[in-house]
Design a protein around this ligand. Structure first.
Ligand code: NDP
Length: 293
């Protein structure tokens, strides 16, 4: 048996095209352009790549992109002052503070200083609480993108057994909340979980977000299951080069699963597409329009 490969790249392109149409319609009806502000503190190389991609794709969707690059030693008070300015700026509908922040900065404090309405990352404590309570919230982009891929494949997820590997605030926990909201029976596994392989084998839907290269082997996967691989790990090849792999052993998963997301080209592109979608949603809410389709 060979699994289907879920093409997140193509799916994300479709979302971006729909967002671009929505942005054009918004501009025509409201007379202003939705804007996304990104704050990058320091020189983290991976963050620089993410921020560059976000900037390019924001502009391609027809939105304004405001980039704020600050040196690594910027005092926390200056970062908070910038966020305050962006909160008050009507041209800014979405604010994203790129993580990780340098050690001298209290990341929770900064994240919670972003206006909850403009928190397009969905990390503000009030959005976390609203999602947990099943209320309308800004939903974190990576889990949201993963859910879209699952809904696209299965339609209704109701009654399915979902196992989420990883319990981080940015991926594992919100992923579990979303699956629960879609009426899955959800298990969250983590580094203390006993017999994790058996737990995973019970999954109709397996979402891996652990940050451990190729940890999930074929023998962990129930035949026919849908596997969403959130992991992005750079490993060294025997030739001394590097390549990206997920948290799932892709070749083995392809032998057992019903469908698998590749790395790269699976969940990764969905994350930025959902960020743009969240920014348009925030712009709609700011003028009292219903959420975009
Ligand atoms: P974190 O490091 O914050 O969390 C990892 C989670 O995995 C923790 O809950 C940890 O458990 C669990 N874990 C670690 N090792 C094991 C193990 N051996 N067995 C079982 N559980 C384990 O990572 P993130 O959630 O931020 O990211 C996870 C992965 O997703 C990373 O590879 C990251 O690069 C990727 N990612 C991809 C994105 C995308 O756009 N595609 C966006 C964000 C992240 P415990 O809590 O017990 O320590």
């Amino acid at each position: 048996m060979t699994a289907d490969v879920i093409d997140g790249k193509a799916f994300a392109a479709g979302i971006r095209a729909r967002v671009a149409e929505g942005v054009a319609a918004f501009k025509a009806s409201q007379g202003f352009t939705p804007g996304l502000a990104v704050v990058l503190v320091g020189e983290d190389p991976a963050s620089q790549v993410y921020v560059r991609n976000k900037h390019r794709q924001t502009l391609e969707a027809g939105m304004e992109s405001f980039e704020h690059r600050l040196p690594a030693d910027t005092p926390q008070a200056d970062i908070l002052a910038l966020v305050e300015k962006l909160n008050a700026d009507p041209a800014v509908n979405g604010i994203l503070v790129q993580l990780p922040l340098p050690d001298h900065v209290d990341a929770d404090l900064v994240i919670n200083s972003v206006s909850a309405d403009k928190d397009v990352d969905g990390f503000h404590i009030s959005n976390v609480g609203r999602l947990g309570a099943g209320l309308k919230a800004m939903v974190p982009c990576t889990p949201l993108g993963s859910l879209m891929l699952l809904r696209d494949r299965h339609g209704s997820l109701s009654g399915m057994n979902a196992v989420v590997l990883g319990r981080s605030n940015i991926v594992g926990k919100p992923m579990a909340q979303l699956l629960l909201k879609d009426s899955c029976t959800v298990t969250i596994a983590h580094s203390r979980t006993k017999d994790i392989e058996a737990v995973c084998r019970g999954a109709d839907i397996l979402v891996a977000a652990v940050g451990r290269p190729e940890m999930v082997r074929g023998s962990w996967i129930r035949p026919g299951a849908t596997v969403i691989d959130v992991g992005i790990n750079r490993i060294e090849t025997p030739e001394g080069k590097t390549r990206l792999v997920g948290d799932v052993h892709f070749a083995e998963a392809m032998e057992v699963a019903g469908a698998v997301t590749p790395v790269p080209g699976g969940v990764g592109p969905m994350t930025i597409a959902c960020l743009l979608a969240n920014t348009l949603t925030s712009a709609h809410r700011s003028v009292g329009l219903p959420d975009p389709e």
